[in-house]
Design a protein around this ligand. Structure first.
Ligand SMILES: Cc1ncc(COP(=O)(O)O)c(C=O)c1O
Length: 443
């Protein structure tokens, strides 16, 4: 499958050591001026990016299988997004929507109402980041239910604010040494088919039993769930898990919130991952891919839940900035015009084909999973000991392929390319990854 945007982008090419001399100079300046808490996992400075590649200050061009962790879903510097941003920035960069509204905010909300699962009346509001969307989803659910408890699942990730750090499964590095973290957050077992072997209904019974006994349903305002867990390592729950949990939430007056910050906006081959997993959430949170790289996050849900919040109870100075909203409209209008879901499904076939071939030679690839352009492998020895994915990602980076790691045990390689990546670019990337597996296996 070809895409005009991606084919205009430069090919992978490594022309210096990684990092090159200019990146090394900038890394030294960064060390002096930038907080140590901000790492550089692939230690090169990006100069420009287009489609599925980016080019660093030394002229090295990388195939991007990370997309800034799932943000540039329709490709870097997408033509329509760039045009929309240019036009909007010349007209209006800020007004504060609650003071004097503007049309792109309304249009972005209309598009989210159309594209999110469920044919009931929906409403939206916008904030600046995924974590802020999670915070606001919880606020709305608390106001609607009059309850305080927040349930989350093991292996989940929701952000780095005080509340969302308390909601994450992994404490390090997101919240350790930063407490006290928010209270009234309860972690329940998830569905992790590769590790627990449970059917969806059985895994749901286990989650429900835990929350009923440990928390009490009458305490719970919401259950916040990633339909496919991102940082956890692209864990797809067993069939029937999510619908069973939604049914239980509805029966018990609990708002069930889909954190689709990473899995949303055509990443997995449907507009939102929930719909292909048979789940119609009460609230859907979107961010990352929604605005082509501009900072924006949406909270979209059943109108009666969203409207339970009083005027002024949510929002903020920059949330739903006009330029970000214009970018979101340019992205969301392409969902159908470019068959982005078809592209994601095709990418799934190509990537899993490559991974299955690799698995024949490297049995440390213990599980291949995910949907669309959100595919991961879990690495472990035959005895079940996790094998770190870090060295593989690092070696691939040095050869011009950016890949990400994930998982509580750091043993998951995740592939999150943009939907405009071509088959040729994927073939090239997986040749490199094959080379790296060969090196690691013979080391
Ligand atoms: C599922 C999920 N929720 C929330 C967040 C937090 O988003 P942000 O980094 O924009 O605050 C992320 C970020 O990776 C995420 O993957």
């Amino acid at each position: 499958m070809t895409d005009t945007i991606a084919t205009q982008a430069p090919a992978r090419s490594v022309v210096t050591e990684i990092p090159g001399p200019k990146s090394q100079e900038l890394l030294a300046r960064k060390a002096e001026a930038v907080a140590n808490a901000i790492p550089a996992n692939l230690p090169v400075f990006i100069e420009s990016a287009h489609g599925a590649t980016f080019t660093d200050v030394d002229g090295n061009t990388f195939l991007d299988l990370g997309c800034g962790i799932g943000v540039t879903t329709i490709g870097h510097t997408d033509d329509a997004v760039v045009a929309a941003v240019r036009e909007q920035v010349g007209k209006l960069t800020h007004s504060l929507v609650g003071q004097t509204p503007y049309e792109p905010y309304v249009r972005a909300a209309e598009l989210l109402a159309e594209l999110t699962p469920g044919d009931f009346k929906k409403k939206s509001f916008f904030v600046n980041s995924g974590a802020e969307a999670v915070e606001n989803g919880v606020k709305v659910a608390r106001k609607y239910t009059g309850r305080g408890g927040v349930a989350v699942l093991e292996h989940g990730y929701h952000g780095r604010t005080n509340l969302t750090a308390a909601m994450n499964f992994k404490i390090a590095p997101y919240g350790n040494g930063q407490g006290p973290l928010a209270s009234s957050v309860f972690h329940a077992p998830n569905s992790y088919p590769f590790r627990d072997g449970l059917s969806g209904p059985d895994a749901a019974k286990r989650t429900q039993w835990y929350l009923e006994k440990h928390v009490g349903v009458e305490e719970l305002a919401c259950l916040v769930v990633e339909p496919i867990q991102g940082e956890g390592g692209f864990i797809v729950p067993a069939d029937g898990y999510l619908p069973a949990m939604q049914e239980w939430c509805t029966k018990n007056g609990i708002v069930m919130i889909a954190d689709e910050v990473q899995s949303g906006v055509c990443r997995t081959g449907t507009n939102f991952a929930s719909e292909q997993l048979g789940w119609t959430p009460d609230i859907v949170l979107s961010a990352k891919g929604i605005a082509g790289g501009m900072p924006l996050a949406g909270v979209t849900g059943r109108a009666e839940i969203i409207d339970a919040m009083h005027s002024g109870g949510v929002g903020g100075t920059f949330g739903g900035n006009p330029v970000s909203c214009a970018a979101a409209v340019a992205v969301l209008e392409q969902v159908t015009s470019r068959d982005l879901n078809g592209k994601a499904k095709h990418i799934e076939e190509v990537i899993t084909g490559h991974l299955r071939k690799l698995q024949e030679s490297y049995p440390i690839i213990a599980d291949i999973r995910g949907r669309g352009a959100m595919i991961a492998v879990e690495l472990q020895t035959e005895a079940g000991t996790p094998v770190s994915a870090g060295p593989i990602a690092e070696a691939a980076g040095k050869l011009g392929v950016m890949v990400l790691t994930a998982g509580a045990d750091g043993n998951i390689l995740r592939f999150l390319p943009s939907l405009v990546i071509t088959d040729e670019q994927l073939d090239d990337a997986f040749d490199v990854i094959g080379e790296v597996f060969r090196e690691v296996a013979s080391a």
